[in-house]
Design a protein around this ligand. Structure first.
Ligand code: H2U
Ligand code: ZN
Length: 348
C-alpha cells in the first residue's frame, strides 16, 4: 500500500472515493486546540438529567434504575403522529418534501454518572448490547417503521450534551441516507457474488492483517481501508447477520468485549476520555429481501494527534472529497499496540 504517495481509495460500502495524503503528516499545527474534559466526575450528579431519580425537562422523574434505562426523547426530532394539517407550500419536481414519522429514545448505559463504555465492566456493556437488540425488536413491531438507527455521541467535542454514559436511538419511517447508500452497495455486491460485501472485506482483512486492530471468533475490528477519520474503525460480525437481535449469546459477549477493548485503547491513545460518534448499521426492518445486509458498527473519532488537536472536516473535505493524512495502516498499527487496561485510576 502506498505509504508516501498521494492516492485515492475506494469505499465499496458507500460507492465513494477518499483522498489519502500520507506525505503531509509532518505539517506543523498552529490552529485550534480543544479543552480537555474534566477527569474527576462524581458518581452521581444532582443536576444531571440522566442520573437515577433526577428530573428531566418537563418534570418527568427518572426511576432509580440500577443497570440501563431507556426513555422517549423529551425533545424528539421525529414524532410518531403527524398532524396532517400543514401540507408543504412548495410542491414541484425541484422543491420536494414529504412528512416523516419516527420515534426517538435516549438510552442510559449505566446509573453511574462518571463512567464511559471504556470504564464499564464487560458484563455491563453486554447489558447495553442486549438492550440495543431488544429495542430493535420492539420498535420493529411498528410496521410503519423501516429503520432503527442506534448511535452514541461521546464527548462534548462531538456535541454530546452530557457526560453521563448514554446513547440515542432514532427509528424512522424511511431509511436514512448513510444506511441507504450501504443498502444499495451491499445489494449489488450480494447479487454479483452471492456473499455479503463485509464477509469478503473481513476475509481479506484477516488474510492481510495490516489493518486489523483486534479480533476473536465472532467479531473483527479494523481501521477500514477507506477510513476518513484518523482513528476510524469498523466492527464486523464474522457471521453475516442482518440485525442485532439475531446475534447469539456468544456473539453478544464478543461484541461487548470488542466495544470494551476498543474504547479502552481509544482512551489510552491520547490518555483522555476519547470522543467519538459511534453508530450501528443493521438491516432495515419490516423490509423483505435484506439478506445482502451485514451487521456492523462504525466509530468516527475526531482526534488527530493529541487529546486537544482534532481533525476538521472542512474546506476540501466539505466541498470536494474527504481527505486524510495518516494512513489506515499507520492508525491500525498504533491501535493494535495499545494496552488493554485503561490508563489512570479509573481502570477496572
Ligand atoms: P446527546 O447528549 O447525544 O445530545 O443526547 C441527549 C439527548 O437527551 C438529547 O437528544 C435529550 C436531548 O433531546 N434530553 C431529554 O430527552 N430530556 C432532557 O431532560 C434533556 C435532554
Ligand atoms: Zn448523570
Amino acid at each position: 500500500m502506498y505509504a508516501e504517495t498521494p492516492h485515492r481509495r475506494y469505499n465499496p460500502l458507500t460507492d465513494e472515493w477518499i483522498l489519502v495524503s500520507p506525505h503531509r503528516t509532518q505539517r506543523p499545527w498552529q490552529g485550534q486546540t480543544e479543552n480537555l474534559p474534566p477527569d474527576d466526575m462524581p458518581q452521581y450528579d444532582p443536576t444531571c438529567y440522566l442520573c437515577p431519580g433526577n428530573s428531566r425537562a418537563g418534570g418527568v422523574k427518572n426511576p432509580d434504575y440500577a443497570t440501563t434505562f431507556v426513555f422517549e426523547n423529551d425533545f424528539a426530532a421525529l414524532l410518531p403522529e403527524l398532524s396532517g394539517e400543514d401540507a408543504p407550500a412548495n410542491t414541484s419536481l425541484l422543491l420536494r418534501s414529504e412528512p416523516e414519522r419516527g420515534i426517538c429514545r435516549v438510552i442510559c448505559f449505566s446509573p453511574r454518572h462518571d463512567l464511559t463504555l471504556a470504564m464499564m465492566a464487560v458484563p455491563d456493556v453486554r447489558r447495553v448490547v442486549d438492550l440495543w437488540a431488544e429495542q430493535t425488536l420492539e420498535l420493529a413491531e411498528n410496521d410503519w417503521l423501516h429503520y432503527v438507527q442506534i448511535f452514541e455521541n461521546r464527548g462534548a467535542m462531538m456535541g454530546s450534551s452530557n457526560p453521563h454514559p448514554h446513547g440515542q436511538l432514532w427509528a424512522n419511517e424511511t431509511v436514512p441516507e448513510a444506511p441507504r447508500k450501504e443498502d444499495t452497495a451491499q445489494r449489488r455486491y450480494f447479487a454479483e457474488h452471492g456473499r455479503t460485501l463485509l464477509a469478503d472485506v473481513a476475509a481479506e482483512e484477516i488474510k492481510r492483517q495490516e489493518r486489523v486492530v483486534w479480533q476473536d471468533e465472532h467479531w473483527l475490528i479494523v481501521v477500514p481501508f477507506w477510513a476518513i477519520w484518523p482513528y476510524e474503525t469498523l466492527l464486523i460480525s464474522k457471521r453475516p447477520v442482518q440485525l442485532l437481535h439475531q446475534l447469539s449469546d456468544d456473539e453478544r459477549d464478543s461484541l461487548a468485549q470488542a466495544l470494551s477493548t476498543l474504547t479502552i485503547r481509544y482512551d489510552n491513545l491520547f490518555r483522555t476520555r476519547f470522543p467519538y460518534s459511534m453508530g450501528i448499521h443493521q438491516a432495515p426492518v419490516n423490509t423483505p429481501d435484506v439478506e445482502h445486509w451485514h451487521l456492523h458498527l462504525h466509530f468516527y473519532p475526531p482526534l488527530l494527534r493529541s487529546a486537544t488537536v482534532r481533525k476538521f472536516m472542512v474546506g476540501y473535505e466539505l466541498l470536494a472529497t474527504p481527505q486524510r493524512d495518516i494512513t489506515a495502516e499507520m492508525a491500525a498499527a498504533t491501535l493494535r499496540e495499545l494496552p488493554d487496561v485503561r490508563f489512570g485510576r479509573c481502570g477496572r
